[in-house]
Write a protein that binds this ligand. Sequence first.
Ligand code: ZN
Length: 420
Amino acid sequence: MKRLVSSIVAIGAVIALGIIIAVAFGNAAPEKKLMKKHPYVFSQSKEVLKTRQDTYTKKDGCVYLAWPETKNKTTDGLIDAFIQEGKSAYEKAAEAEAGKAKKQRRIPRLVVDYTAVKEEGYTAIELFYELGRYQPDGTGEAITRKEAHFYLDEAGAEMGLNALLGEETEEKLELMLRSSGKKLEDLKDFKLADGQLELIWAESTETFGVEEIRRAGLIDPNKPMIALTFDDGPGKLSKKFADLFARYGGHATFFVVGTNVLNFPEELKYLYEMGNEIGSHTMRHKNLNKLSAEGVRKEVEDADNAIQEVIGKKPDLMRAPYGNANSTVMNVMARPQINWSVDTEDWRSRNAQSVKNEILKGAGDGEIVLMHEIYQSTYDGLEMAIEELAKQGYQFVTVSELMRYRNVTPEVKIYHSFLK
Ligand code: ZN
């Protein structure tokens, strides 16, 4: 009997304890539940700098902080200011949640985290804060995400554009931005990655290739310039064309076909990395005037995506096949359609001497010359002509460079040349 009583007591105690645990866990603060069951995992890529870290709950929400400590007080101050911005955004969000009806209320969560990569000559930091509202089960949504980029020298001091990309970089960028009306002095941030510089203003961004910037100052606005353009690639000859232009310190514009981009991605990358401009010649080289708006859109977007996949950005310029761009086509393309003022008819002649003659016959300051990069005869003819043009003082520029030096703001219309 005694044993039975003690067993009942023991079972009762176990049940009571179970209930206590269940109640305690059930009533645990939602933010603690979220933190325990669905913690934020900090990024691992920060081995080059000393990391400070802090995790806590505040105002019924969760805060995760990880930030770098540099060897420079000014930089640390800037980093701190950015974190403070994130914290005040969090405070506001937490107050907003507290003011909501219980059913609508979510758990505010602030994450401050960063990645740091050591590059040649500098360390690149991408610091960000992300503010979100969540359920205890981890589902939720981000409210804001902001990034700040820092480029540090050996001493941990922040490097500006000139320090990073060379003297006169800012001067060159001012020139390159002239037609956009944007000013460097209003810049909020910039990001340098994968050979591209992204300039970030409050409301917009602009991206330039590092190679494009490097050579921007080398063009003399008082000397004649010509835009040599090549359609229907990329292909087996692309690298040879890029090397030929490199030999003369010049560049060209290549209007590429999406299906060829899929077959020759390396060739396209080479053209671009050598500083040439890549324009779109659509995905499948159809006569766009015969397609519906939807059909045109597919041709344009597929090519944009194929090109972006390789060079990291969508082309700014287009050349519809055969130069056929009616108003429907123009609306869908929504960017300048670049036709030509000099037609070499290289596809018809397939003859190097004839290509050379046509180039030299049509050459002039501000002209746009049409060729195709898929014929050996075009390459051979160009090689002869370019030597002659260089002797005459011509500079070989991309279409965008020509526009810039002629003070033309790109519009959605058809251009044939940019004469003085
Ligand atoms: Zn074509």
